[in-house]
Design a protein around this ligand. Structure first.
Ligand SMILES: Cc1cc2nc3c(=O)[nH]c(=O)nc-3n(C[C@H](O)[C@H](O)[C@H](O)COP(=O)(O)OP(=O)(O)OC[C@H]3O[C@@H](n4cnc5c(N)ncnc54)[C@H](O)[C@@H]3O)c2cc1C
Length: 342
């Protein structure tokens, strides 16, 4: 029987958004096997979400309610801060007896850290940084970025060994629905026994703020973020002027602008920049790569201005403005200037 396992991403006692994306992808894989291309002899996989934590019960309950999927809370006493060693050992023990066909892990700093070791532990075949999946007559195909993220490669798993996929945050639509029939919650004990001389090899002690982390960006209620669509460095001034019209605002940027030296790293939003959660995120000339989405996925309301109606950022936006960003902002600023203050 095929079984899809999702490893929930827990950070500082909270379920991270990417967990809902992993759950959605698990459902997509399940549907792919059952409906899209039914093949003789192919069974419909079941889905189970695993929650590693020193207090998994409330987290497991929340996940079971929001996804409607069965959840195993893997109780690891003493797991105060994530460590790859404990994750690999305890998840390895817990997962091996479940005999899964697919294991889904987030391609985050945490997932990227433990997934290779877990693959080895489970003798699994790994496909990292998956940003899309498809089904054809022969079954599942994964898409992953290659050549500095300029192209996608199609990868077909052809082994009978368990398949471990790390999924890019922001690349899959999350699966959250209210009033679902909750899945079952089962709490299982796991214990970490260090192998190297009876002591853990790594001791994770503390989580520190990164130097240069932009507190203004973190604290802002409205973030106006600039992307390569601005065309020239000089046009950034327009973004700063635009942002000043909102109280509690800050300017964010996509990575190419930082790489080109247009703006400091402390403005970068994304998987290798800041993670932000403002009330409103205004993406100006940003395409919506999964690496950028990973940093702004928790924004409450997203407005995007992009001249390409097919820009991926629109899939993550509440308001989509298909316009030239410079013209749009200039018209907005001219309009604001004509309004008499009340
Ligand atoms: C390991 C790794 C880590 C990364 N980390 C990050 C990260 O933390 N943050 C990040 O942002 N990126 C990151 N990237 C880069 C990421 O993959 C993308 O290349 C980047 O996000 C694209 O930035 P962009 O949207 O500004 O530019 P582009 O992808 O070039 O998009 C520009 C957009 O502007 C639109 N446009 C062009 N002209 C106009 C106009 N006049 N008016 C309106 N719209 C216009 C275009 O239609 C296009 O959609 C990372 C990449 C890798 C490989």
């Amino acid at each position: 029987m095929k079984k899809i396992l999702v490893i929930a991403e827990i950070f500082q006692g909270r379920v991270r958004q990417v967990t809902w994306e992993l759950a959605a992808t698990a459902r997509e894989i399940q549907t792919g096997f059952s409906e899209k291309q039914p093949l003789p002899g192919i069974q419909i996989p079941s889905i189970t979400i695993i929650v590693p934590s020193n207090n998994p019960k409330p987290l497991a309950k929340k996940i079971a309610e929001q996804t409607g999927m069965d959840v195993i809370g893997l109780l690891i006493p003493g797991l105060k801060i994530y460590t790859s060693e404990i994750y690999i050992t305890c998840l390895g023990q817990g997962i091996r007896k479940l005999d899964p066909s697919h294991i889904l892990v987030a391609h985050t700093s945490q997932g990227r850290d433990f997934a290779p070791g877990l693959s080895l532990e489970l003798d699994a075949v790994a496909i990292p940084s998956v940003n899309g999946i498809r089904f054809d007559k022969k079954g599942l195909i994964c898409l992953r970025p290659v050549f500095d993220n300029t192209k996608n490669m199609l990868v077909r798993p052809v082994s009978d060994r368990p398949l471990l996929l790390t999924l890019m945050p922001g690349a899959f639509k999350p699966d959250i629905q209210k009033n679902r029939k909750p899945g079952c919650v089962d709490i299982q004990m796991s214990s970490f026994k260090p192998v190297a001389g009876g002591k853990p090899c790594i001791h994770h002690r503390q989580i520190l703020k990164r130097p240069g982390e932009n507190q203004a960006l973190k604290a802002a209620k409205i973030i106006v973020a600039a992307g390569r669509g601005l065309g020239e460095k000089e046009n950034l001034q327009l973004i700063f002027t635009f942002a000043k019209h909102f109280s509690s605002s800050a300017v964010g940027a996509s990575r190419p602008l930082v790489d080109m030296g247009w703006i400091g790293y402390e403005h970068q939003v994304g998987i290798t920049g800041a993670s932000v959660a403002p009330d409103v995120y205004i993406a100006c000339g940003i395409s919506g790569s999964s690496q950028h989405i990973a940093g702004m996925e928790n924004a409450k309301f997203v407005i995007s201005i992009n001249k390409n109606p097919a820009a991926p950022i629109f899939r993550h936006s509440d308001i989509c403005i298909t316009e030239d960003v410079l013209e749009f902002i200039q018209i907005f600023l001219n309009l604001i200037d004509t309004i008499e203050p009340v």
